[in-house]
Design a protein around this ligand. Structure first.
Ligand code: IPM
Ligand code: MN
Length: 354
């Protein structure tokens, strides 16, 4: 049996290409070890290309990306490009047009990692946030009236469709059941104020819950959950929430697992093409210096393998990463690891093959 996967690689901006290079080093080692093949196609989408061509994405980009098994993304964001152009024109456009309606963000404290929370250890911090990824405030609904005048009005609406909310919630219940850790799913919302959007979320949540009698259901307001993440992260197993709240709480999640150096995510279309990325930015000030931490990108690669059905390889990479955090790295921060970017990639490969 020959398992061959075609992967589109978008290194992107800043440190993106460097961390992706280490991710590919590890993925290649895993593929020879576990007997499958990865074919990488490098696409130059990002800030440099935009500055040279004035085109954010080529016209055929979406159709082209649809032909791959998966997309492996570094980072998007360039200091010479106005904020929003690349983020909306590349990252959000791909999420929307490829209908990657799930943003999966594991929050897991690995051994040896310095946690900013007092008295919390890896047993206490191990949960997954499932963020809706195509609707809500990100849908771009709204507009200006009387722009630039003292009477200016700006409206930004949160779009929540029954279909969009339900498919996300369903994915979360399925995920929670398969994960089989505490079998607890927490809905995060703001039902006390956003009484339209989260009314729909809440009704849908409890309706779908009836089909999953083995899953314990739980609810938290978004403001309260930021408190619980700091005080009692051990309460959480799987969390489901809308796009905006998911964006915010997963940055907090990344910090309690040790920082952006380790936080990975997947933009998932269970029936289409998914895209895996470190969730941090392009860190232009560290670009080209071989000091950035590639572990988030390597973990995103592991998530990609799990998604492709190569679970044994994906899990093995994760274990190798835990050896590196447990035995080697002084810190997860850029320039403070005690190793260079490429040395960290080499260490992961070393643990993987031994
Ligand atoms: C993220 C990022 C993006 C988002 C930005 C870069 C558009 O913050 O992936 O969380 O808001 O979704
Ligand atoms: Mn974010």
């Amino acid at each position: 049996m020959n398992r061959v996967y075609n992967i589109a690689v978008i290194g992107g901006d800043g440190t993106g290409p460097e961390v992706i290079r280490e991710g590919i080093k590890v993925l290649n080692a895993a593929s020879s070890l576990f007997g499958f093949q990865l074919k990488f196609d490098y696409l130059d989408y990002g800030g440099e290309r935009y500055l040279q061509t004035s085109e954010v994405l080529p016209e055929d980009a979406i159709e082209r990306l649809k032909t791959y098994h998966s997309i492996y993304l570094g980072a998007i964001g360039h200091p010479q490009v106005k904020p929003g152009i690349l983020e909306k024109g590349i990252l959000l456009r791909l999420r929307f047009e490829l209908d990657q309606y799930i943003n999966l963000r594991p929050v897991k404290l690995y051994p040896g990692v310095d946690c900013p929370l007092k008295n919390k250890s890896p047993e206490d911090i191990d949960f997954v946030v499932i963020r809706e990824n195509t609707e809500g405030l990100y849908a771009g609904a709204g507009g200006f009236l009387k722009k630039g005048t003292p009477d200016e009005i700006a409206v930004q609406e949160s779009i929540n469709t029954r279909r969009g909310v339900e498919r996300c919630i369903r994915y979360a219940f399925e995920y929670c059941r398969k994960r089989n850790k505490n079998n607890k799913l927490t809905l995060v919302g703001k039902t006390n104020v956003l009484t339209y959007a989260f009314d729909l979320w809440e009704r849908t949540f409890y309706e779908v819950a009836k089909e999953y009698p083995t899953i314990k259901v739980d609810y938290a307001h978004v403001d309260a959950i930021t408190m619980w993440f700091v005080k009692n992260p051990e309460w959480f197993d799987v969390i489901v929430t809308d796009n905006m709240f998911g964006d915010i709480i997963t940055d907090l999640g990344a910090m309690i697992q040790g920082g952006m150096g380790i936080a990975a995510g997947g933009n998932i279309n269970p029936y289409g093409v998914s895209m895996f990325e470190p969730i941090g930015g392009s860190s232009p000030k560290y670009a080209g210096k071989n000091v950035i931490n590639p572990l988030a990108s390597i973990c995103a690669g592991a998530m990609m393998l799990n998604y492709l059905g190569e679970d044994i390889a994906g899990d093995a990479i994760e274990r190798a990463v835990m050896q590196v955090t447990g035995n080697n790295l002084k810190s997860l921060s850029a320039g403070e690891m005690g190793y260079s970017t490429s040395e960290v990639g080499d260490l992961v490969v070393k643990y993987l093959i031994t």
